[in-house]
Design a protein around this ligand. Structure first.
Ligand SMILES: CC(C)(COP(=O)(O)OP(=O)(O)OC[C@H]1O[C@@H](n2cnc3c(N)ncnc32)[C@H](O)[C@@H]1OP(=O)(O)O)[C@@H](O)C(=O)NCCC(=O)NCCS
Length: 176
């Protein structure tokens, strides 16, 4: 199982003198993921999970910490906090149903670090990993009210379509 990226991770500025990098998730990231979730605003939780949740479901945590890094992958944006501890400030993930070459993405960025380009960089890296892993399409369901995410993906070349039976959602899709 290859969990490493080909090159040294790129370092991005956060605007306050600190920096973040993007790396694949590791099995010991559990507490860092829980901490990110605890810090998400109710609105961000709703936009990510499409319903209000107060606790990260156990099965979500189990799934996300045990991936094959090919058909399923999660990338973390990480920074060092003031005490030098690594902190997760964003997460992007794709999953691929069995026997398909179309993966579905999801993404969350800490509200505290919104609009620093983290979501865009996570998506760019996620797309690159999916391509390298032989997947042919990346798609996602985005709430119609989530104009920020719709703008972000359209700038990355995703096509945005309506769902015939679900006015609350748009389906977004990118050929890899
Ligand atoms: C949607 C979401 C992932 C965007 O993450 P983000 O890190 O804020 O996104 P980015 O910073 O890359 O881009 C957003 C904006 O920042 C701007 N931006 C990009 N790079 C920037 C930089 N270096 N400095 C300042 N602003 C920047 C972009 O132009 C964009 O502009 P806008 O605010 O006018 O839309 C985040 O808001 C989130 O987690 N939302 C809740 C969950 C969710 O909606 N998930 C999607 C459904 S699965």
């Amino acid at each position: 199982m290859n969990r490493s990226t080909d090159q040294a991770p790129q370092v991005y500025p956060l605007g306050n003198g600190s920096h973040y990098t993007i790396r694949p998730i590791q099995a010991d990231d559990r507490d860092r993921i829980l901490k990110l979730f605890d810090q998400l605003s109710p609105e961000s939780r709703y936009l990510r999970f499409a319903h209000a949740i107060s606790k990260l479901p156990d099965e979500f945590l189990e799934d996300i910490l045990h991936l094959d890094y090919k058909t399923e992958l999660a990338l973390l944006a990480v920074t060092q906090n003031a005490s030098g501890t690594e902190e997760v400030i964003g997460i992007a993930r794709y999953v691929t149903p069995p026997n398909l070459q179309e993966c579905e993405f999801s993404i969350s960025v800490s509200d505290q670090y919104a609009s620093h380009g983290i979501g865009t960089h996570l998506m760019i890296d996620l797309i690159a990993h999916a391509k390298r892993n032989g997947l042919k399409t990346m798609m996602g369901y985005v709430l119609s009210a989530n104009s920020k995410m719709l703008k972000l993906v359209s700038e990355l070349g995703f096509q945005i379509s309506n769902l015939t039976d679900e006015a609350d959602f748009r389906i977004v899709s990118l050929a890899l």
